[in-house]
Design a protein around this ligand. Structure first.
Ligand SMILES: [Zn+2]
Length: 166
């Protein structure tokens, strides 16, 4: 696996059946990790109907991690009834750290990114204009532009923790 792409489901707090088709891992409100129907390895070579289609134009080699939340989100002032909660977000960051270690993925802006960042870098794909993740409710002071960098810092911190460096 060459990279991890991080999403929100734009759904409720627990994974729906169709969401499990789309992501490899889904983190619910309590921070519990649910496995999707496909394994990350199924995205090494994407065969029709046999991989998790989480990132238009960028599924090959990509692990898809989603936080189950954000249905009804309009903007940072109107977040809907399912804003990402702290425990859930932290669990997702810890999961990404574990995946980086498992698949030997360095935490860089082109290897660990949000779907939003992927869309910015790949404007001709169907990922262009995706808004996950432009806002992190438990860290509401982080701007849209800073969210990806903040997520990478968090994941790096969890990797150090896993390695017993702090
Ligand atoms: Zn997405």
């Amino acid at each position: 696996m060459k990279r991890i792409i991080i999403h929100w489901t734009a759904g409720g707090y627990f994974p729906a059946a169709e969401e499990k088709m789309r992501y490899h891992f889904l983190v619910d409100k309590a921070g519990k990790v649910h496995k999707g129907n496909f394994r990350p390895e199924d995205n090494e070579i994407c065969k029709s109907g046999r991989y998790a289609a989480h990132t238009g134009g960028g599924n090959t080699g990509s692990v898809g991690v989603a936080v189950c939340a954000m249905a009804g989100f309009k903007n940072r002032n109107h977040v809907g009834h399912y804003p990402v909660v702290l425990e859930q977000f932290e669990a997702a960051m810890k999961l990404c750290a574990e995946l980086c270690v498992k698949y030997k993925i360095d935490v860089m802006s082109d290897t660990v990114m949000t779907h939003y960042e992927f869309g910015l870098k790949n404007p001709k794909t169907s990922s262009a204009g995706k808004i996950d993740i432009i806002f992190i409710p438990p860290y509401s002071w982080i701007s849209q532009q800073e969210a990806g960098g903040f997520i990478r810092s968090k994941i790096k911190w969890y990797i150090q923790k896993l390695r017993g460096e702090n």
